[in-house]
Design a protein around this ligand. Structure first.
Ligand code: SAM
Length: 276
């Protein structure tokens, strides 16, 4: 883990590669994750809020999930914010009619408050502990008294800042009442996906001359089109939904306690609210 881990500088560097750094817009595993969020919102939240609904998506990256939120929220307000101005610039280019702004936890200096729904998906774990605590308090300030927070974190990987499931639940329940705990059972698929995704970026970096250039010398020019082709093949394989769904189903059935990769919490403010 470098000193830049989770900072705006690191995020800007990731976005400067010119595409969504985590493949959220093409990996089948990410489509499954988004479907879980949408099912929760559809079944547990939208039916309970009177329109027009005001939604804030914190850590929106290129806005792919923010766009899906907007599609679920016709006539409402949907805003996406991210700490990276490069990411937000790319989001605005991708979805020119949407409202994206540069703002990072723990501050989020956004004028609008009283959001009915705030989503903070796969973002808060980038902050160090102090920032997370302040960030959660800021989310609470931005949420309507009867609003809902949907927040998720991953557990896999090696980063020191990842939460355990219990740690995440304890952290969020310090400020919110948790009304639903869900998991994304991505472990089996992730074992297959992770090495391939690493190779996707290796191929791309070699093709662009960013990696191993000095080692490869003029061979890099010869290898570039093959690496680009390799990256395309991996992208095609990892965008196929059936293997990801089968692996999800197997992990959920065979490994209900250990096969999950993400915890997803639906929360409300603790204090008894006034009706909207
Ligand atoms: C792994 S991506 C998740 C994107 C999207 N929310 C999703 O679930 O697909 C993490 C995003 O959080 C953003 N991010 C990291 N730290 C942040 C912070 N302090 N405030 C707001 N966004 C942040 C990153 O720039 C990145 O776009």
């Amino acid at each position: 883990m470098t000193n830049d881990y989770g900072t705006k500088k690191e995020m800007d560097a990731l976005f400067s590669k010119g595409e969504e750094p985590w493949g959220q817009d093409w990996r089948a595993s990410q489509a499954i994750r988004y479907e879980i969020y949408k099912k929760i919102l559809k079944e547990q939240v939208f039916s309970k809020i009177r329109p027009p609904v005001r939604i804030l998506d914190i850590g929106c990256s290129l806005g792919d999930f923010t766009f899906q939120l907007m599609m679920m929220n016709p006539g409402g307000i949907t805003i996406g914010v991210d700490v990276s101005d490069i990411g937000i610039k790319m989001a605005k280019e991708k979805y020119p009619n949407m409202d994206f702004r540069v703002a990072g936890l723990p501050d989020i200096p956004i004028e609008e408050g009283n959001f009915d729904i705030i989503t903070c998906l796969e973002s808060i774990y980038y902050l160090p502990m102090e920032g997370r605590v302040l960030g959660l308090k800021r989310i609470k300030e931005l949420l309507h008294q009867n609003g809902y927070l949907l927040i998720s974190v991953p557990h896999w990987g090696h980063h020191k800042r990842y939460f355990t499931k219990e740690g995440f639940i304890n952290f969020v329940s310090s400020e919110f009442e948790i009304i639903l705990v869900m998991h994304n059972y991505g472990l089996l698929y992730y074992l297959f996906e992770r090495p391939l995704f690493k190779w996707y970026w290796r191929f791309k970096s070699v093709a662009r001359g960013e990696k191993w250039k000095s080692k490869l010398g003029c061979l890099q020019t010869v290898l570039a089109p093959f690496c680009m082709f390799g990256a395309k093949i991996i992208r095609f394989i990892l965008s196929l939904k059936p293997p990801a769904y089968i692996a999800f189903f197997l992990a959920k059935t065979i490994m209900p306690r250990t096969g999950y990769t993400h915890t997803i919490l639906l929360c409300r403010k603790k204090q008894p609210g006034l009706s909207k």
